[in-house]
Design a binder for this molecule. Structure first.
Ligand code: ZN
Length: 725
């Protein structure tokens, strides 16, 4: 077929949908109660560039995505560059488009093969002709100058508070909706979960006048203007999200708008508020670099789950090498890429496989995606999750993550990054092989918490009165609690309180200001307690780098503080005060609740130091707080992360093997298999007839006593999923 007749064919197929397409659309209408995206399990994205219309082969891409059995493909529609003959003024048509309608061809290619087509848009940048015609659309510096892109300075940053967002983008969506049978819209780069931007355009200046002044450029929740700006900013994000979602559904109520979120643990924007507008959460968490641990992708899934309550979550996996520096046009190491897709799946997200550039010179990534996705498709019912099986809740402390420890200038003694507390507890939970969920601080009600035996709180310093009341009620109802350091010492904006809001629950009161950072301080063992299991042959343990002096009248002294003393020179290294009565930790039992409160930042210190005793101490405390055996226990060698889900088919136990020299640096380039793992799984009220390891494709022998199913997984290469049906 020559290019001309090919174009005619694709144009015809867009204008007059095939019989197959019509039946697919009819089927849609029949299932009006559950939109298509609620059941998708696999997504793909080809992110083509302005020059691609010269060379890209739409049918070949259609074949590739069909071979992965994806449910939906993201296809570049427009925004910065239009890949179709747009009539919207200042919507820049690709200079290489010629007579081609690339977007139309791509949409037709994926729809013909039974996949959904989502228009991938970019609302963040515009060209100079738009800047001249519509100066009000663009962000400005304080001196009035526009903000060019750092690498592509012919593009300028658009302002969310302008009509570019409320009029120009909707005009483009409507044009696309009118001409193409798209199933939804996705915007790259907006709104993100990161820090707010401050712009000085006319629109924003008017907003500042309303707020009473210009907000600070940096995140600073101690500043009253920042607080007002934060709320105005969130309001605008939700207003735009809802507007775009409405526009997306104008032609087809089954359509949807989805923004770009992500950020892993580190979020500033209010995820709970965003989740109220979002029918679909897309996490743009594509890869890692530097010293980032491998498990950050699974953490992203946990954060998103904490606000989405079972609604769809996708995660973008960059098939290109998105380390630091980034290489857009070479493949990521296959073992790293596979483990990324595996973490997305294990944590309950839908993996979204992403390549940049329509005519790749490196095609090594193709088989990696095909192999993983076809395996997913072959076992689909085991990846349709109904609910997580976990008996521990970890508080996701959004306000603390967003505002505490920032800005660094305000806290001259930096107490670590905002996510170090959570990361330290997380690492201990991985080492201890606990099953847990994240619970967002806005969802601490009984309905969410009642399934958990304990709530674990990694230094949630900034908590509102109502958050604290929910925690108090949970403990009153028999739930157990572990909390660290400054938890509840400030309100949700960071206003200090005279004492912990949860002092009555902790059985501890603030008795001074934070001491630290200070190394070479210790916790002296004063009495036997289950949390000291395994600590034989020592009278002291490492103490956290920062601690809050506390007093406690209601609990026996188990670990006392030995204040820090010089670590250098060796002649000076001896304790000046070898013994005190200051508690390093408080353990209490009230009714059925067990409460462990650590006065130091033991979680953060555990993460920063990598100290094994601190991890063991946290694991022991979690085990003590939880009590009894867990719902699922996995015993064996290796550092693994586990997720368990009740699924459409039964249960699925996901085992991710992180035992690898590249766990915290460099791409995973090879999987180091771990040996036998013995599993006990409580399948309450369900008779299990089959236990099968889906990755290795083997049926496992098992024993079933009462509700407990026991079996051995012979080994885990990189990832195993055991289906119990
Ligand atoms: Zn502005």
């Amino acid at each position: 077929m020559d290019r001309r007749s090919f174009l005619l064919l694709t144009a015809a197929s867009v204008a007059a949908p095939s019989a197959r397409l019509v039946s697919a659309i009819t089927a849609d209408r029949d299932e009006a109660s559950s939109p298509w995206y609620t059941s998708m399990r696999r997504c793909g994205q080809i992110n083509y560039n302005e020059r691609d219309p010269l060379t890209i082969d739409a049918e070949a891409w259609g074949d590739y995505w069909a071979s992965l059995k994806v449910n939906a493909v993201m296809l570049n529609g427009g925004g910065i560059v239009a890949f179709y003959p747009t009539q919207v003024p200042y919507h820049h048509r690709s200079q290489f488009l010629g007579t081609r309608d690339l977007f139309g061809e791509m949409v037709a290619a994926v729809k013909r093969r039974g996949m959904r087509a989502v228009a991938r848009m970019d609302c963040n940048w515009g060209y100079e002709d738009a800047l001249k015609a519509h100066p009000e659309w663009f962000e400005r510096n304080a001196d009035g100058s526009p903000r060019p892109h750092a690498e592509s300075p012919w593009l300028f940053s658009t302002c969310m508070f302008s009509t570019y967002f409320s009029e120009q983008m909707p005009a483009i969506y409507r044009e696309i909706n009118q001409h193409y049978p798209v199933d939804g819209f996705f915007t790259n780069g907006w709104p993100s979960t990161g820090a707010l931007r401050v712009c000085h355009c006319e629109n924003c200046r008017r907003l500042f006048d309303k707020l009473g002044g210009k907000p600070p450029e940096e995140t600073d929740s101690s500043n009253p203007l920042y607080r007002k700006y934060y709320q105005a900013y969130m309001d605008r994000v939700l207003e735009i999200w809802r507007l775009w979602d409405k526009v997306a559904r104008e032609k087809n109520p089954q359509s949807v708008y989805v923004g770009n979120l992500g950020g892993g643990l580190d979020t500033v924007k209010d995820l709970k508020e965003i989740s109220e507008a979002a029918a679909w959460f897309n996490a743009d968490h594509q890869g890692r670099g530097g010293e980032t641990p491998i498990w950050v992708c699974a953490q992203q899934g946990r954060v998103a789950n904490s606000v989405m309550g079972g609604r769809p979550i996708t995660n973008v996996a960059g098939a290109y090498s998105n380390s630091q520096p980034t290489w857009r046009h070479v493949s990521k190491a296959p073992a790293e890429l596979t483990l990324w897709l595996a973490q997305s799946t294990a944590s309950g997200m839908v993996p979204w496989f992403h390549w940049l550039g329509g005519s790749p010179e490196d095609t090594r990534w193709r088989d990696v995606g095909r192999s993983f996705f076809t395996w997913l498709a072959a076992n689909e019912s085991h990846f349709r999750n109904r609910r997580s099986v976990a008996d521990l809740a970890v508080l996701y402390p959004q306000r603390t993550v967003a505002f505490y420890s920032r800005p660094e200038a305000r806290r001259p003694k930096v107490r670590g990054g905002p996510i170090d507390y959570l990361q330290g507890l997380y690492y201990a939970l991985l080492e201890g092989r606990f099953l847990f969920d994240f619970v967002h601080e806005a969802h601490l009600g009984r309905a969410t918490l009642e399934k958990y035996r304990a709530l674990l709180i990694p230094n949630a310093a900034y908590l509102s009165d109502s958050h604290c009341e929910a925690i108090r009620n949970y403990v009153k109802g028999g739930g157990s609690l572990l909390a660290t350091f400054e938890t509840s010492r400030y309100d949700e904006w960071g206003n200090p309180r005279p004492d912990f809001q949860l002092a009555d629950v902790f059985g501890a009161h603030v008795a001074g200001e934070v001491i630290g950072p200070l190394g070479n301080s210790y916790a002296r063992i004063e009495a036997q307690h289950p949390i000291l299991d395994g600590f034989h042959g020592t009278a002291v343990l490492p103490e956290a780098e920062n601690r809050l002096p506390i007093r406690s009248d209601s609990a026996p002294l188990v670990l006392s503080v030995v204040p820090g003393y010089p670590a250098f020179p060796p002649e000076m290294v001896y304790p000046r005060t070898p013994r005190t009565t200051e508690p390093a930790v408080v353990f209490r039992e009230v009714g059925n609740s067990r409460i462990a409160y650590f006065a130091g930042d033991v979680d953060r210190t555990c993460w920063r130091s990598g100290n094994v005793d601190l991890s063991q101490l946290l694991q022991n405390a979690v085990r003590w707080a939880r009590g009894r055996d867990s719902l699922v226990a996995v015993e064996g060698a290796g550092l693994i992360e586990t997720f368990a889900w009740e699924t459409e088919a039964g249960y699925a136990l996901h085992l991710l093997n992180y035992t690898n020299p590249n766990m915290t640096h460099g791409a995973i380039r090879h999987a180091y298999a771990v040996g036998p793992q013995r599993v006990r799984f409580q399948a309450v009220g369900r008779v299990i007839k089959n236990v099968r390891a889906l990755r290795s494709g083997t049926t496992l022998r098992f024993e079933h006593h009462a509700d407990t199913v026991s079996f051995e997984v012979p080994g885990i290469e990189d990832y195993e999923v055991v289906a119990l049906t």
